[in-house]
Design a protein around this ligand. Structure first.
Ligand SMILES: Cc1ncc(COP(=O)(O)O)c(C=O)c1O
Length: 417
C-alpha cells in the first residue's frame, strides 16, 4: 500500500499542504521532523508559523508532562483557573509592562480566524459603523468574516460581506501603491460613495501574499490616518507576530500602538491551539458573552505560552535570534542574485524567494528538490510562485545555514533546468 493511501481514500479533498509533501511524519524535535520513510527533514515550514520555537521544546514538553501527571485542569471554558491567572500575569509582565500598554486580553475560539472575527465585530460595535478597510493580498482566515477581509479571489465564495473596501498594500506583486493618499481622499471627498470605515485591518508583513513587509513610515502614516479619523486600527499579528518578523510584534519597529492586535499560531509556543485579541482598554466595550465559544480555555496552551514568553527575557535566545536573522538576510540577498529569480524578500525570520509571475511551476520544482534534499518548505504568493522560508526562529544557526544552502542549490537547479 502506498503510504499516503489512507489519506487519499478517507480525507476530504479540501486537504492542501500535504499535497506538496507526500510523506507521513511521526516524530519531531526542534527544527527537525522525522518521516515514516526513515529520513529526517529540516522543517522550514514550521506549522505555517505555529512552531516558531520548534517542535517539542523540551522545557515546554516537560512542563506539560508534569502538569498532566498532577491532574492539572485541561479545559476550562472561561472559568478562572490558576493556570489562566499565571498566563495573564505573564502577558502583563512580558508584553504589556515593557511597552507601557494598557490593554485587556480576550480569549477567542482557538483559531486565528476567530480572533479576527472578534476584532472585526468589536470594531463595528465600538464605532457603530460597518465598513472595514483591508488590503489586496491580505490573508486573515477562512471563516466568513475573516474571508471577507482576505484578498484572494480564488478563495472567495458567494455571500461574503460586501462591507469591505480593498486597497492595494504598500507593495505587492503589481508594485507600490499610495494607499494612505487613497484613504485621505476617501475621508475628505464627499463623492467617495463610502462612509468612514469602522476599522482598518492590516498585517505588518503580508506573508501569504509573497512576504511583503510594510515600512515603518507607511505603518506610522496608517496609524495617524486611523487616529485622525476615529477609525480603529487592527494589526493582525497571527503569522508575522510571536517573533517571526524579528521582534515579538511585527509592527514593533515602527513604534505604532494598534487599537486591537490579533495573535494565534505561535502564541502558545508549542503548536497548541490558542487565539487572543489584545484590546486597548477603553475599547473593551464587549458585554458578557458577546463573543463566546467552548474552547477558550486551553490550559495546556496557557502553560507553554508562559515559557515561550519568558524566552524574550533570555539573552541566549535573543543572541541566537539575532544571529539567525543575519544568516537569513545574507542568504536571501544571495538568492536574489540567482539568474531568473525575480526578488528575494526578508523580514526577520520570514523570507520569500520570488520566481516571478507565471512561474509557480518552477517554484514548485525548487520546493520538491529541497524536499528531496531534506528541507521542508511551503510556497506562497498569489499562485504559489514564492518559496516561503519559515524556519523555527531558534533553529541552531548551523542547521539554519545548512537548510538555506539546500534552498539556494534547489532554486538554482530548478532554474538551470
Ligand atoms: C495573518 C493571518 N491571519 C489569520 C490567519 C488565520 O489563522 P487560522 O488559520 O489559525 O484560523 C492566518 C493563517 O494563516 C494568518 O496568516
Amino acid at each position: 500500500m502506498k503510504n499516503t493511501e489512507t489519506f487519499e481514500q478517507l480525507e476530504s479533498n479540501v486537504r492542501m499542504y500535504c499535497r506538496d509533501v507526500p510523506l507521513v511524519f511521526d516524530t519531531a524535535v526542534g527544527s527537525k521532523i522525522h518521516a515514516e520513510d526513515g529520513r529526517e527533514y529540516l522543517d522550514f515550514f514550521a506549522g505555517a508559523g505555529a512552531l516558531n520555537y520548534g517542535h517539542n521544546d523540551p522545557r515546554m514538553r516537560d512542563a506539560l508532562v508534569e502538569y498532566l501527571s498532577a491532574n492539572g485542569v485541561t479545559h476550562g471554558l472561561d472559568l478562572h483557573t490558576s493556570m489562566k491567572r499565571h498566563f495573564l500575569e505573564s502577558i502583563k509582565r512580558d508584553l504589556f509592562e515593557p511597552r507601557g500598554w494598557d490593554y485587556k486580553v480576550q480569549f477567542t475560539g482557538p483559531t486565528g480566524a476567530d480572533a479576527v472575527e472578534a476584532a472585526l465585530k468589536l470594531a463595528r460595535k465600538a464605532t457603530g459603523r460597518s465598513k472595514i478597510v483591508s488590503f489586496y493580498g491580505a490573508y486573515h482566515g477562512m471563516t466568513a468574516g475573516a474571508l471577507a477581509v482576505s484578498g484572494s479571489r480564488t478563495r472567495r465564495v458567494a455571500g461574503l460581506s460586501s462591507d469591505v473596501i480593498f486597497i492595494p498594500y504598500e507593495d505587492g506583486p503589481y508594485g507600490e501603491f499610495d494607499g494612505i493618499a487613497f484613504l485621505d481622499r476617501l475621508a475628505r471627498d464627499q463623492g467617495s460613495g463610502s462612509e468612514l470605515p469602522a476599522a482598518v485591518i492590516v498585517e505588518s508583513v503580508q506573508i501569504q501574499a509573497g512576504v511583503y513587509a510594510a515600512s515603518n513610515d507607511w505603518l506610522q502614516q496608517l496609524r495617524k490616518w486611523t487616529q485622525d479619523n476615529g477609525v480603529i486600527l487592527i494589526c493582525d499579528e497571527i503569522q508575522a507576530g510571536c517573533g517571526r518578523a524579528g521582534d515579538f510584534f511585527g509592527f514593533e519597529r515602527s513604534g505604532i500602538q494598534p487599537d486591537l492586535v490579533t495573535c494565534a499560531k505561535s502564541i502558545s509556543g508549542f503548536g497548541l491551539p490558542m487565539a487572543i485579541v489584545l484590546i486597548r482598554s477603553q475599547l473593551d466595550v464587549w458585554q458578557p458573552g458577546d463573543h463566546t465559544g467552548t474552547f477558550r480555555g486551553n490550559q495546556l496552551a496557557f502553560l507553554t505560552a508562559q515559557i515561550a514568553l519568558s524566552y524574550w527575557r533570555n539573552e541566549e535566545f535573543l543572541k541566537l535570534l539575532s544571529n539567525n536573522i543575519a544568516a537569513m538576510e545574507r542568504a536571501v540577498a544571495g538568492f536574489a542574485e540567482i539568474p531568473g529569480i525575480a526578488a528575494g524578500r526578508c523580514r526577520g525570520m520570514i523570507a520569500g524567494v520570488d520566481f516571478g509571475r507565471g512561474n509557480a511551476a518552477l517554484a514548485k520544482d525548487a520546493q520538491q528538490r529541497a524536499l528531496q534534499a531534506g528541507v521542508l518548505v511551503e510556497r506562497c504568493g498569489p499562485n504559489g510562485e514564492v518559496i516561503k522560508l519559515m524556519p523555527p526562529i531558534n533553529t541552531p544557526t548551523d542547521q539554519l545555514e545548512q537548510g538555506l544552502k539546500v534552498i539556494g542549490e534547489s532554486v538554482a537547479a530548478a532554474l538551470a533546468k
